[in-house]
Write a protein that binds this ligand. Structure first.
Ligand SMILES: *Cc1c(COP(=O)(O)O)cnc(C)c1O
Length: 392
């Protein structure tokens, strides 16, 4: 068995510290907006290299409040991508605005900046690029288009804690950056959590009001708000984990490096992060011709694998009213058809990566999807290395 994710392995590593931190909160009797939240906000802002961080109760809430703080509302349009988790789109709809999808780049799998201008209308108010799988979108052209048209940029960095673009951290380039601390994310709480980071004091102030019922001081409600606060226990856990994130990220990057070396058949169908980026590999995806067969094969071999994401948001039944149809976003749709995510987490032993790739190779499943570039296919030759090592 090789699980897709092993949260217990991470917990075991830090158990004494994290248990003590949780116990400290429980015995303090202070559960909401207390010292753990304040400490984490200061430290996470520093980690993201932004002036401010405001924690909230999920990544979805972070996106929702970032949009509201930036003044996005009914009648506005927000440009985003469809190759993402639904939360990006849902948050735009919560704000009352209309999501407008642009396609992604076939190499980076993130927002194609060349398609943004054609999607801008007089109603466009914001751009929400998504740092898919932990690779930052191509921010320079996105920021310069936003500047030219007076648009706000909100980074969906839910998968990209510590990712970098030309030396700048995820969340610090746009006007606001949004993070999730869902347990499976690179920095995960023991429950739900999220954060908005920004350099703009007025945005930070609005997020701080909106997450706590619009209260300037207790029972003085200056704007209508929400109960979107992150609790002290989650903050205490995150305060412990923040000390480890850099090491964990480097472990993810070295497993990705191992996969890249092993997957010689797939030079065009594996992640190809541009040299300016620090990919943090929340997900390691490859593009296979018979993806569904490969997924079944891995699952039968006891190897956790997934698809991020199998149905793009614009083709989800839930969002049919947006009026998109199959064929509207060809690159996004191709990726949804051929993406396969392999296990990647800091505790995954490098030998396991070898075992996973061997399982695929031995079954003849390592054929790159045609769309990903079939040049590699011609030189394909499958080794017959046996794979009888079983994980404990
Ligand atoms: C996880 C995720 C979200 C939502 O975060 P939650 O904490 O689950 O609400 C938003 N966008 C992306 C890209 C995500 O991966």
């Amino acid at each position: 068995m090789i699980p897709f994710l092993d949260l217990k392995a991470q917990y075991c590593q830090i158990k004494p510290e994290v248990d003590a931190a949780v116990a400290r909160v429980v015995s303090s009797g202070h559960f909401v907006l207390g010292p753990e939240v304040a400490a984490f906000e200061g430290r996470f802002a520093e980690y993201c290299r932004t002036a401010r961080c405001l924690t909230v109760n999920s990544g979805t809430s972070a996106l929702h409040l970032a949009l509201l703080a930036a003044g996005v509302g009914p009648g506005d349009e927000v440009i985003t991508v469809s190759m993402t988790f639904v939360a990006t789109t849902a948050a735009i709809l919560y704000s009352g605005a209309k999501p407008v999808f642009v396609d992604v780049d076939p190499v980076t799998w993130t927002m194609d900046p060349g398609l943004i201008e054609a999607a801008i209308t007089p109603r466009t108010r914001a751009i929400v690029p998504v740092h898919l799988h932990g690779l930052m979108a191509d921010m320079d052209p996105i920021m310069s288009i936003a500047q030219r048209y007076g648009l706000v940029v909100i980074e969906d960095a839910a998968q990209a804690h510590g990712a970098e673009y030309r030396g700048r951290r995820a969340g610090s380039i746009g006007d606001l950056g949004c993070f999730s601390f869902y347990p499976g994310k690179n920095l995960g709480a023991f429950g739900e959590g999220g954060a908005v980071v920004t350099d703009r004091p007025e945005f930070a102030h609005r997020v701080s009001l909106l997450r706590d019922w619009g209260q300037e001081t207790k029972y003085d409600h200056v704007i209508p708000g929400y109960n979107y606060r992150m609790d002290e226990i989650q903050s205490a856990v995150l305060n412990v984990k923040l000390d480890y994130i850099e090491g964990w990220t480097e472990a993810r990057r070295s497993i990705a490096e191992r996969y890249n070396e092993l997957l010689s058949e797939l030079p065009f169908a594996r992640p190809r992060p541009p040299s300016y980026s620090r990919h943090v590999y929340h997900v390691y995806s490859i593009r296979l011709q018979r993806r569904d067969d490969a997924l079944t094969l891995l699952r039968e071999a006891g190897i956790g694998a997934g698809i991020h994401y199998p149905i793009p948001v614009h083709l989800q039944k839930a969002y049919a009213e947006l009026g998109y149809r199959a064929g509207d976003l060809p690159v996004t749709e191709m990726l949804a058809n051929d993406f396969l995510s392999l296990p990647i987490y800091p505790e995954l032993l490098p030998d396991r990566a070898t075992e996973i790739v061997s399982t695929l190779r031995n079954a003849g499943a390592l054929r790159p999807s045609e769309a990903a570039g079939n040049r590699a296919q011609q030189s394909q030759s499958f080794t017959t290395r046996s794979c009888n090592r079983r994980a404990s």
